[in-house]
Design a protein around this ligand. Structure first.
Ligand code: 13P
Ligand code: SF4
Length: 326
């Protein structure tokens, strides 16, 4: 084993052989490979399904495969384990975490709930299983608006953990009685608001695709609202960006999210041009998953992601409530 725990033999294997070995092993284990839109290109290209958090949880819930190998971050693999308790779920690197999911823990949520008895808890999918288990609804960036809109007007809402996603939902729905946790993703929060203007000025014909976790979204949206809207702006999940790029008549797009998504955008829209809002928008956790580690995962049957039954049962309710709405 090397210092990173990856077998020396796999490091020496040419990529084509590595891919062939991965394919052989996934057949052997009856495994489905699920990959998030931020994964490196080589992983996306061999995955059975590539998508956003919502699509990946739906795939995990409906697959008939015996094993799920999750190429994404830990909370996503946990969500798959919650939805598929009878399947084996493996993640190629246990260290693939998420700064946003780490911004609220169970004790913090319990204390927050105690301050607002009777409030409905809506947790973004970027949370641990323990936090989901104490939530009424789960949501993703693809359905957060619909989930909040489905909750009766008179009910107080605790929305967590992303402050920018929460502020966007509040602005669009006009919801007054919604408290928002002050968490953030270090990748999406780092983009200064001025960067949007700079990039749109550089590319005056481009449409702006922006993820609601972006810190630059709130001030930009305020300006758009003051100017009575903008046809150049689309706030959406990663899968929403893929759909929008296909449907839009625009030929150029400024993309404000993690740069891994550019691979799919470019591959599926070869005639269109995509500009990252910032090349440094790279999530080191997503990039921890490599072909070598995927090979090791299948070869050594590691690393199992499991959720204790008592937590999984409660967390599943919040996720299933989400899936039943959207
Ligand atoms: P999506 O659900 O839009 O893919 O977002 C997941 C995520 O982690 C964003 O940083
Ligand atoms: Fe988490 Fe941010 Fe990475 Fe998404 S980009 S997985 S929110 S740290």
């Amino acid at each position: 084993m090397s210092a990173t725990g990856v077998n020396q033999q796999s490091l020496e294997m040419p990529t084509a052989n590595l891919v062939a070995e991965i394919n052989r092993l996934r057949r052997k284990h009856d495994a489905v490979v699920l990959a998030h839109n931020y994964q490196i290109a080589e992983i996306q290209d061999l995955a059975d399904y590539v998508g956003d958090s919502l699509g990946l949880s739906q795939q995990a819930a409906r697959t008939s495969a015996k094993t799920i190998v999750f190429c994404g971050v830990h909370f996503m693999a946990e969500t798959a384990a919650i939805l598929s308790p009878d399947k084996k779920v493996w993640i190629p690197d246990l260290e693939a975490g998420c700064s946003l999911a780490a911004s609220i823990d169970l004790d913090q949520l319990l204390a927050w709930k105690a301050e607002h008895p009777g409030a409905v808890v809506v947790s973004y999918v970027n949370t641990t299983a323990a936090v989901k288990a104490e939530s009424d609804y789960c949501c993703t960036s693809g359905n957060a608006l619909q989930i909040v809109q489905s909750i009766p007007e008179d009910k107080e809402i605790l929305f967590l953990p992303d402050v920018f996603l929460g502020s966007w939902v509040q602005k669009v729905t006009g919801r007054k009685n919604m408290h928002i946790w002050m968490g953030e993703c270090h990748v999406h929060a780092a983009i200064p608001p001025a960067r949007i203007e700079e990039k749109l000025n550089e590319h005056p014909a481009a449409e702006l695709l922006i993820h609601p976790e972006c810190g630059c979204l709130t001030p930009y949206l305020d300006r758009v609202v003051r100017q009575n809207g903008s046809s150049r702006l689309k706030v959406t999940s990663t899968e929403g960006m893929i759909r929008r790029a296909q449907e839009s008549t625009a030929g150029e797009f400024v993309v404000a999210t993690e740069i891994g998504i550019l691979h799919r955008l470019r591959k599926e829209n070869p005639a269109k041009t995509f500009y990252p809002i910032a090349n440094e928008m790279s999530c080191q956790f997503m990039k921890m998953i490599t072909l070598e580690k995927l090979y090791r995962s299948l070869n050594e049957e590691v690393f199992a992601v499991t959720v204790p039954d008592s937590i999984a049962r409660k967390a599943r309710k919040a996720i299933e409530r989400m899936i039943s709405i959207y």
